[in-house]
Write a protein that binds this ligand. Structure first.
Ligand SMILES: C[S@@+](CC[C@H](N)C(=O)[O-])C[C@H]1O[C@@H](n2cnc3c(N)ncnc32)[C@H](O)[C@@H]1O
Length: 253
């Protein structure tokens, strides 16, 4: 039996694959690759059988995987990283010891790098909250983004399915003031767009552009990540460093 390796593939740019991920991918003969990895990883995937995991039901795919892994290693390209919003957990559990997981660059990591901003900045932001309005739940008791948006919070919003004016209304009500917001669309992919604005200006700035795939026939979540909070534009400066060096990091004999 060969392993079935779930490789954190990053946001789509093969340059963000780890060395461990590349090694496992090179060894695999069959690769399950969701969109857009079949295209962006085409060079590394040459000569391999590439499958779309969403073409199969659970039982059918498990049977295929076990059969394929009798002959050679099998790999899955996990969008971003397994840590958040990955659809493959049932397969990993079912495969037990045969499954291996390799970490990758999550979209949030790539977004912070693209903006060149840390999302947790003591003195400006004291917590980061990762959420998706798709998975917050339904019903009167379900939290909303408005409940999560508070001064001092950096919000990382995956798979947004709210129209932008409604998203902004909820965030404005939660933060209670105007704060920076960034839309990061197709990070690391052809057609990448980054819009850094604030809650009061973003709706007019974006206009009719549908960054969340809300008007298309295919309602699959768009490749757009939303970041919100003061840390997106904060500039901590030398005093921030000096205080921390003096009180936290400086070596003391
Ligand atoms: C099912 S989740 C996958 C998240 C993934 N496990 C991760 O670690 O980033 C899909 C959502 O991730 C975000 N996303 C994934 N790839 C992206 C990219 N290249 N650019 C911007 N957002 C992306 C979008 O919010 C998208 O709707």
């Amino acid at each position: 039996m060969y392993p079935i390796v779930f490789i954190g593939a990053g946001p789509g740019d093969p340059g963000l694959l780890t060395l461990a991920g590349l090694q496992a991918l090179e060894a695999a003969e069959v690769v399950y690759a969701p969109d857009p990895f079949e295209q962006t990883f085409a060079q590394i995937l040459q000569g391999k059988r590439v499958e779309v995991p969403f073409d199969y039901g659970f039982a059918e795919l498990v049977a295929r995987l076990k059969n394929e892994a009798e002959k050679a290693p099998v790999a899955f390209l996990v969008p971003g990283d397994l840590t958040f919003y990955s659809p493959f957990q049932p397969f990993i559990d079912e495969l037990g010891n045969q499954a291996r997981v390799i970490p990758g660059v999550g979209t949030v990591n790539a977004a912070a790098a693209r903006l060149a901003k840390t999302l947790d900045l003591p003195g400006v932001c004291n917590r980061a909250v990762i959420a998706s309005p798709r998975t917050l739940g339904d019903g009167d008791d379900a939290p909303t983004l408005q409940d999560l948006a508070r001064p001092g919070v950096t919000l990382v919003i995956y798979m947004n399915n709210l129209p932008l004016p409604e998203l902004v209304r909820q965030l404005r009500a939660g933060y209670g003031c105007n704060v920076p917001i960034a839309l990061l669309h197709r990070l690391g992919l052809p057609g990448e767009e980054v819009i850094l604005s604030d809650l009061d200006a973003i709706v007019a700035r974006v206009g009719d552009r549908d960054y969340f795939n809300l008007s298309g026939e295919n309602r699959r979540p768009a490749l757009t990540l939303v970041l919100v909070g003061e840390t997106l534009t904060a500039r901590p400066g030398g005093d921030w460093w000096d205080w921390r060096r003096e009180n936290v990091w400086k070596h003391r004999s």
